[in-house]
Design a protein around this ligand. Structure first.
Ligand code: GDP
Ligand code: MG
Length: 436
């Protein structure tokens, strides 16, 4: 999905202006990418319509390149589609009762163990696992194995085929033994059937969980949405657990489920190990889908239009103290091409501080450019030759004052120092900003 979106968004790069036409083209490809990722057709269409509306209405963000604006809009919309903010689980009640639901093989038992362990690690929680999969003896053993491994108590009643009775007894057992959380693992079928739905519905009614979770294998794609809907109709569950996100999943389920059942995804499973559990953060998921780490990379992408070769040359020059006024002029032109420098720099943590005192107003460039244009090639590449008479000549030629020339020299000097300072680590990013 990520690659396809990248491809779609890439098309916008290089266009100086957002027009209805290139938005439409891009969004068509975004939509195709979503459909390929198993996102429900209606949702994909709604998604692209929303982005389109926002893109056309956007004037504020004109400082960014259209491609970037689109990346941001698509990311924001993805985040919204997946629920916006992270949502925790409801642990009210003594004990708090958590009920697992979902098809066989979706990862209920594994996730029950993971969640118990996750809560136990919070110190204040003392969870009990309850084995209600009465159809497969192996399923009960599986939970016991996990319990032993995690040092968490497991309640089961082998031979009893009444899942509802076991669930109730399990909660009573928890109360009697000081467990403040009960996690009830249940049976699942390969497909949705009436008997299973009745059983989970009856368990739900009998133990009145504070939190009912629907566990779904993210690799099941479009089917996941249908299953989610069927379970939600019966249980009105509180949240979704998306498992097996470590595999080669296309992510479509994550995008669709929230909008179809309007329930938040709360945790993700990213492996078979008990530690492979993560709180679901919609924004991070959107980042992952789009292949973006943070805002800095968003800005970096805006710079992709600049020649990387140029940037490398420039870095070398700075490292060797050979950064001259011609390079400076070149930088100014690049910066102007990018739009509003202050806005771009403002997105980099710490950058606005580092740049304080260095004037980056567009107007300020005018005088600077004039001054540099009035310099001889020698003066540009080797500013140290600039003595009083040369400065006077330059001021006259550029229609500025000697003070302004001096000020520029000082700024240039500061900039050179700053660039050198920033050569390592985050400075590299800064260099790409400045130089392309
Ligand atoms: P249940 O039938 O719903 O209880 O499913 P299980 O918990 O028994 O899991 C079915 C299979 O999926 C097992 O082999 C698990 O190890 C595996 N599994 C569960 N969650 C994950 C996950 O997040 N990632 C991966 N790779 N495998 C998982
Ligand atoms: Mg199971």
């Amino acid at each position: 999905l990520s690659e396809k979106l990248d491809g779609a968004l890439h098309k916008l790069k290089g266009h100086g202006q957002i027009t209805e036409i290139n938005i439409a083209e891009t969004l068509k490809e975004v939509r195709r990418a979503l459909l390929d990722a198993d996102v429900n057709y209606k949702i994909a269409k709604e998604f692209t319509n929303n982005v389109k509306e926002k893109a056309l209405g956007q004037d504020v963000l004109n400082s960014l390149k259209p491609g970037q604006l689109m990346v941001k809009l698509v990311k924001d919309e993805l985040t919204q589609l997946m629920g916006g903010d992270a949502v925790g689980i409801n642990l009210s009640g003594t004990p708090s009762v958590i009920l697992m639901s979902g098809l066989q093989g979706s990862g209920k038992t594994t996730f029950s163990g993971k969640l118990a362990n996750f809560l136990k690690n919070k110190k204040t929680k003392n969870p009990l696992l309850v084995a209600c999969d009465v159809y497969r003896p192996a399923a009960i053993d599986q939970l016991h194995v996990l319990g032993e491994q995690l040092n968490i108590d497991v309640y089961s009643d082998k031979g009893n085929s009444d899942a509802v009775a076991i669930a109730k007894a399990g909660v009573a057992h928890a109360k009697a033994n000081g467990h403040n959380v009960v996690i009830v693992d249940t049976a699942g079928r390969l497909g949705i059937d009436e008997q299973m739905m009745n059983e989970i519905g009856n368990i739900h009614a009998a133990i009145a969980p504070s939190e009912t979770l629907f566990v779904v294998d993210s690799m099941t794609g479009q089917d996941a949405v249908n299953t989610a809907k069927a379970f939600n109709d019966v249980l009105d569950f509180d949240g979704v657990i998306l498992t097996k996100l470590d595999g080669d999943t296309r992510g479509g389920a994550a995008l669709s489920i929230k909008s179809v059942v309007d329930k938040p995804i709360k945790f993700i499973g990213t492996g078979e190990k008990m530690e492979a559990i993560d709180v679901f953060y919609p924004e991070r998921m959107a980042d992952r889908i789009l292949g973006m780490g943070d805002v800095v990379s968003l800005v970096e992408r805006a710079q992709e239009q600049f020649d990387e070769e140029e940037a490398r040359k420039l870095q070398k020059k700075i490292a060797k103290n050979k950064f001259g006024f011609d390079d400076f002029l070149n930088q100014i032109q690049q910066i102007k091409k990018m739009g509003n420098m202050k806005d771009l720099l403002g997105m980099i943590p710490g950058a606005s501080k580092a740049l304080k005192g260095i004037d980056i107003d567009d107007d300020a460039f005018k005088g600077i450019e004039a001054i540099i244009h009035s310099m001889t090639p020698e003066e540009r590449s080797n500013p140290s030759v600039l003595n009083a008479s040369r400065k006077k000549r330059i001021a006259k030629g550029s229609g500025t004052t000697i003070q302004q020339v001096n000020q520029l020299l000082k700024q240039f000097d500061q900039m050179g120092k700053m660039m050198k300072m920033m050569q390592g680590g985050g400075g590299k990013k800064m260099m790409q900003m400045m130089g392309g």
